[in-house]
Design a protein around this ligand. Structure first.
Ligand code: BG6
Length: 473
């Protein structure tokens, strides 16, 4: 991978696109279990999705034809180590070898996430991310991946959005194991994720893979507020402890700030799961780069309601009509979500605020210096309307991407070490609890067609042109 080449691409995740959920000896993941259970009230699953497992060659060819030089995807842990016995599934490795062959054919740089929400079911049954053995399991699985693929993969990511994953699992309760308002388990999960991150990095460093780097992907930006009174700044601080610093400080700096530990303890959270030996491993095993997903702003104010409550853009009675849509994140005494009446919301209640891209990147630089940053996801979910040929004129998505990119490139000009950018998503795929109606792809997937026909959207061509105009930045 040329150091100077800016990476322009798009992103997917295994459960959301692969399908083939039980093919070629794949084990079940917690998402397979959840989607097949009564807890999944929609009945919608990722069993087939857009069937990337069988369409990968076409999808990667379309990326290349669209001028993209990088592809972010994730490996399904359950394909590689399907069962508790730790036997490695050669067919799983072979699938990703085929994907990498295809990337190499077109000079597309793979950016590969080791876990994107889909823990194996056997770990889920033991307590998932709150199972204290999860970090040794993750170290084992990731060492299998590092040994097999080595520096064929120049960019590895340990965990996708630990913040959002922990939040949905244990606060909102919309992701398995579907626990609500459980701050004790949220803290435990967040900590175990950072032990996982550090132990995987230790395995990675042991192999000394020349030319490969390893990072982590964060799902939200730094908290911000509409006022800078001491009360508002306190709310920002606590929200950052909760959503950002408890992940990024150990991952990037190798330690937690004592104030953060104290704040968590003073809420009555039992921190007996913290072990000195884990902290030592974190100290010695930090990331090479940060992947930053950018969707919306984390706008907060002091929590005056005294309420602790959490909803996201796909929870409860929110059906994408925009009528009842609202995202809430509130911890009594700490902070709660604020709303800026001057900005628009998308159909799922998420704020559209392009400038957050600039603020996020600048604030990351302020705290973490010149760390290389890849914008690992940026995209717009909407109801696409196709014409009789399946073509979608997604001007709304183009406007979204154009406006966000303006601020991302401005942050790069202003000194942030931005190395690449990925549209979420490469093609239409499963959108977790939102199912298939909420689409993000640059390429439409016709789910009614038995061959799951791919039709590039207007945004695909727009992006191709944008890359062409910005390839030498
Ligand atoms: C990110 C995730 O949080 O947002 C993706 O990494 C996800 O997996 C994307 O699909 C969009 O969120 P949603 O819930 O609208 O699909």
């Amino acid at each position: 991978m040329s150091k100077e080449q800016f990476l322009w691409g798009s992103a997917t995740a295994a459960y959301q696109c692969e399908g083939a959920w039980n093919e070629d000896n794949k084990g079940a993941s917690v998402w397979d279990d959840f989607c097949h259970s009564d807890a999944n009230t929609t009945g919608i699953t990722g069993d087939v999705s857009c069937d990337f497992y069988h369409h990968y060659a076409e999808d990667i060819r379309l990326m290349a034809e669209g001028g993209q030089n990088t592809f972010r995807f994730s490996i399904s842990w359950s394909r590689i180590v399907p069962k508790e016995d730790h036997a490695v599934n050669e067919a799983g490795l072979a699938f990703y070898d085929r994907v990498l062959d295809e990337c190499e054919k077109y000079g597309i740089v793979p950016n590969v996430t080791l876990v994107h929400y889909d823990l194996p079911d056997y770990i889920g049954r033991k307590g998932g991310w709150c199972y204290d053995g999860v970090s040794d399991e993750f170290a084992y699985y990731t060492s299998v991946v590092f040994r097999h693929f080595g520096n064929r993969i120049p960019l590895y990511v340990t965990i996708n959005e630990p913040n959002h994953n922990a939040y949905c699992n244990y606060c909102v309760g919309n992701y398995p194991p579907n626990e609500k308002n459980n701050l004790q388990d949220y803290a435990h999960c967040a900590y175990n994720m950072m032990v996982c991150n550090a132990k995987a990095i230790r395995e990675f460093r042991r192999l000394n893979l020349a030319g490969s780097q390893i990072g982590i992907v964060q799902g939200c930006g730094p908290a911000t507020a509409l006022k800078d009174t001491p009360e508002y700044l306190e709310a920002v601080k606590f929200c950052n402890y909760f959503c950002n610093f408890c992940f990024l400080d150990p991952a990037i700096r190798g330690y937690y700030e004592p104030d953060l530990i104290e704040a968590v303890r003073s809420r009555g959270i039992d921190l007996s799961f913290v072990k000195q030996e884990d902290l030592d491993i974190m100290k010695d095993n930090t990331v090479d780069f940060l992947g930053q997903n950018i969707y919306s702003r984390l706008l907060v104010k002091p929590n005056e309601s005294g309420v602790t409550a959490f909803t996201v853009n796909n929870a409860g009675n929110n059906d994408g009509t925009g009528k009842t849509a609202r995202e809430t994140r509130a911890i009594s005494g700490w902070f709660e979500t604020d709303r800026d009446p001057s900005t628009k919301l998308n159909h799922w209640g998420r704020e559209i605020y392009p400038r957050c891209a600039y603020d996020t990147l600048m604030l990351r630089k302020e705290r973490y210096g010149d760390i290389p940053i890849y914008v690992t996801e940026n995209g717009h979910g909407c109801y696409d309307v196709a014409d009789e040929n399946g073509y979608v004129e997604d001007d709304e998505r183009i406007e979204f991407l154009e406006n966000y990119l303006h601020y991302i490139l401005k942050a790069k000009e202003d000194g942030v070490n931005v190395k690449g950018y990925y549209v979420w998503s490469t093609m239409d795929l499963y959108s977790w609890i939102n199912g298939y109606k909420k689409r993000y792809g640059l390429v439409r997937v016709d789910y009614d067609d038995e061959n799951l026909r791919r039709i590039p959207k207007k945004s695909y061509y727009w992006y191709k042109n944008f890359i062409e105009e910005h390839k030498d930045i």
